[in-house]
Structures are given as structure tokens and as C-alpha cells.
Write a protein that binds this ligand. Structure first.
Ligand SMILES: O=C(O)c1ccccc1NCC(=O)[C@H](O)[C@H](O)COP(=O)(O)O
Length: 212
């Protein structure tokens, strides 16, 4: 029997109504993408409205890709973010300066020594393991071989990459991750989450947890 339930983060919210509907499905955290080339990019003032609208126990995770410290601080001054997530080449010293818990996204490129990479982030609260696609820092909609997820890790792991209501149960059964992070697999249009898909995802996570 698994000790803890699998946490669910849905990433890439871009409107208040959609974020509230996603929250009502029972997610633990929502992600706000501050990376302009992404179809899920959200303007800082909209992100602030979303963060204010959600309940205090729902984590608001701010996602950055090689942003400057000044840009991150500007967002933090306006948006109440409880957690940060870095998807670029940011070193530990950069990520830890904002006095927020942070997840470092690590892309599972073939041959990468994931344990050694994790050791270079002593300040990370946890890691998000995502698919590797050259030139695309995240939100690829592609998955990787879940057998590569470390069986044991001292820090929480979030599994990401191509998860959908159809495969999330198998992903949870094959790994021992703290949580799952889903974006494209629950979208009805770029940047818009399909609420039936989010509901189905939560159901599959709960089913997989019960069977562990
Ligand atoms: O979502 C994006 O567009 C994105 C762009 C650049 C960096 C990260 C991005 N998303 C980060 C996430 O946490 C996604 O949920 C994760 O990469 C999984 O995405 P998907 O494969 O679409 O479920």
C-alpha cells in the first residue's frame, strides 16, 4: 500500500474561470507559465488575478525558463506564488535566491546521470522529471521511459511529460513518485484545460493510488 496519495499539479492555466474549474476538480497545485514562447504563457496581471482567486491551500507554482532574476522578482512582487519551478539551465545558486521552495525540472535526455544532476541542486525542494525534446524546454506532450525514474529519492519527484487520463494510472503504478504534472494531456485548446479531462485524470490517479 502506498503511504501517501499522489499529488496532482495541472500546469499552464491562463484564465481565472478555467483555473477555478480546475481547482474544483481537486488538484493540489496549478502552474503559471511565465515563458513567452509557450502557448500557455500568462501575463503577470492575469496570473495575479488567478492566484488571488484560488484558495489558500492550492499551491500556485510559477514556471520560468532562463528568466533574469529581475524578471522573477517582478513577477513575485505581483503574484502570490508559493512554489517556483525552473525549466532552463538555472544553477542552484540562481534558483535558491528567491526564498521560495523550488522544483528544478530535469529533462530525461538519453544518457543523463539523473542522480548526479540532482546532486548539483542541493537547495531544490524536489525535481520534476520531464521528457527531453531538443530545443523545447517543457510542455512537449511527449513521455519518456518511466523505468528511468529513480525508485528511491530523498526529495519529492514529480513525473511529467505526455501524461493523460489514459496513461496516468500506469505511470503511477510503475513509479513511486510524489506527484504528477500534466499540461497538454488535459487541454481542450492551447492554454485551456478541458474540465472533463481534468476530472478523468483525478479519477485515474485516485484509482491507481487505491491499487498500490
Ligand atoms: O507548458 C509549457 O508550455 C512549458 C513551456 C516551457 C517550459 C515548461 C512548460 N511546461 C512545464 C510543465 O510543467 C508541463 O506540465 C510539463 O512540461 C509537462 O507538459 P506536457 O507534456 O504537456 O504534459
Amino acid at each position: 500500500m502506498k503511504q501517501q496519495r499522489t499529488r496532482v499539479k495541472v500546469c499552464g492555466l491562463t484564465s481565472v474561470d478555467n483555473a477555478l474549474a480546475v481547482e474544483a476538480c481537486g488538484v493540489d497545485a496549478i502552474g503559471l507559465v511565465f515563458y513567452r514562447p509557450s502557448p500557455r504563457w500568462v501575463a503577470t496581471d492575469m496570473a495575479a488575478k488567478i492566484a488571488r482567486a484560488l484558495g489558500p491551500l492550492t499551491h500556485k507554482v510559477g514556471l520560468f525558463v532562463n528568466a533574469s532574476a529581475q524578471d522573477v522578482e517582478q513577477v513575485l512582487a505581483q503574484v502570490e506564488l508559493s512554489v517556483l519551478q525552473f525549466h532552463g539551465d538555472e544553477p542552484d545558486s540562481f534558483c535558491q535566491q528567491f526564498k521560495r521552495p523550488f522544483f528544478k525540472a530535469l529533462r530525461m535526455q538519453n544518457g543523463v546521470d539523473i542522480g548526479a544532476l540532482m546532486a548539483t541542486y542541493p537547495s531544490a525542494a524536489g525535481f520534476l522529471l520531464d521528457a527531453y525534446k531538443k530545443g523545447v524546454p517543457g510542455g512537449t506532450g511527449e513521455s519518456f521511459d518511466w523505468a528511468r525514474v529513480p525508485k528511491k529519492c530523498a526529495r519529492p519527484l514529480l513525473l511529467a511529460g505526455g501524461l493523460t487520463p489514459l496513461n496516468v494510472g500506469a505511470a503511477i503504478e510503475q513509479t513511486a513518485v510524489y506527484g504528477v504534472d500534466v499540461s497538454g494531456g488535459v487541454e481542450s485548446a492551447p492554454g485551456v484545460k478541458g474540465i472533463d479531462l481534468v476530472r478523468a485524470l483525478i479519477q485515474q490517479v485516485q484509482r491507481a493510488d487505491q491499487s498500490k
